[in-house]
Ligand binder design. Sequence first.
Ligand SMILES: *Cc1c(COP(=O)(O)O)cnc(C)c1O
Length: 375
Amino acid sequence: MNTGTHRPTVIKVDAQAIRQNIKQELGRLQPGNELFAVIKANGYGHGLTHVARFASEAGATGFCVAILDEALELREAGFNQPILVLGIVEPKYAQILADQKISVAVGSQQWLEEANKVLCGDSVVRVHFALDTGMGRIGFQEPVELKAAVAYLKMHSDCFLFEGIFTHFATADELDDHYFNTQVARFKAFMAILTKKPRYVHVANSATSLWHKACEGNMIRFGIALYGMNPSGRMIKEPYELQPALALTSALVFVKLLKKGRSVSYGATYTAEEDEWIGTVPIGYADGYPRCLQGFHVLVNGHFCEIVGRVCMDQLMIRLPKHYEIGTEVVLIGKSGDKEISMVDVAEKSGTINYEIACRFSSRIPRNYLNDHES
Ligand SMILES: *Cc1c(COP(=O)(O)O)cnc(C)c1O
């Protein structure tokens, strides 16, 4: 999609907020433990390579991504830190993993066997064994399967390096830790079969690291919280203040007095009850702003203004308390005066979570960076 550089709609990402969130978390880790920044899905919408740089400035020593292409983009941009692909990469791409020194999650011996077929001599793939302790997504189900795969890997140590082992919790962001503890027990049963631990043992996403300090491991996979968002939405309080890094702003591009009885947008679902000032804002669901947000609000000059009528693909309309000039700033996420609209506010009104809202903003919205040392 084209990026709208000739349109006032913009996502502002504060580098300092990202650095601050990471430094806070690093300060709570055991000495020697590392933080890998999870920057999949374009850095949760904040911009892959920019977030990579801000995170490493703050002390992150590696990166996690979801797909191979994200890892390759980082390598192309010159990042030579460890990069782990958390999802399954098809074994036919094993040579690329080896050449680019990109680590990969492996959840079966079959994957190693397939990769082994395509690897040329002296190419080594860095393997992180994924343990399915209850997430039910990828990974070994039983310790005996892991044991066989570790043995296979050792037999083929010319092709594979056993670099890491990890699991992922399904309920670390919930108050009830019953299921979490079941997963911890299963993880321990897996680890008991290892005679030697690999370089990286990691179990913690943001929620686990924030709220389950007792957990083992020497590296954390820190995602949502580095962007200043609470993994639980509002349910559990964060142990330190997270600084939201993202603001979404636009501007009024059309302002009119709508006569009483006239309607707004598709379906004519909103009708003015009196003469009303209506502003048009150039953002819509093609930008990732949810269509269901009719009736929600934005901020103009520190005032909440209702979104009236259906959100269109590229535009939406708001009711203004008075006439405002064209060009007046509209805040869709962020602060205006003493008021604020957070990612969670938008998510709750849309029936989803902050993660989804953040990563769905499309490439049509340009990302501008504040407090970036390199600009
Ligand atoms: C996305 C992801 C993370 C990061 O999770 P956050 O909740 O954003 O911290 C960590 N580990 C795995 C396996 C993931 O897929």
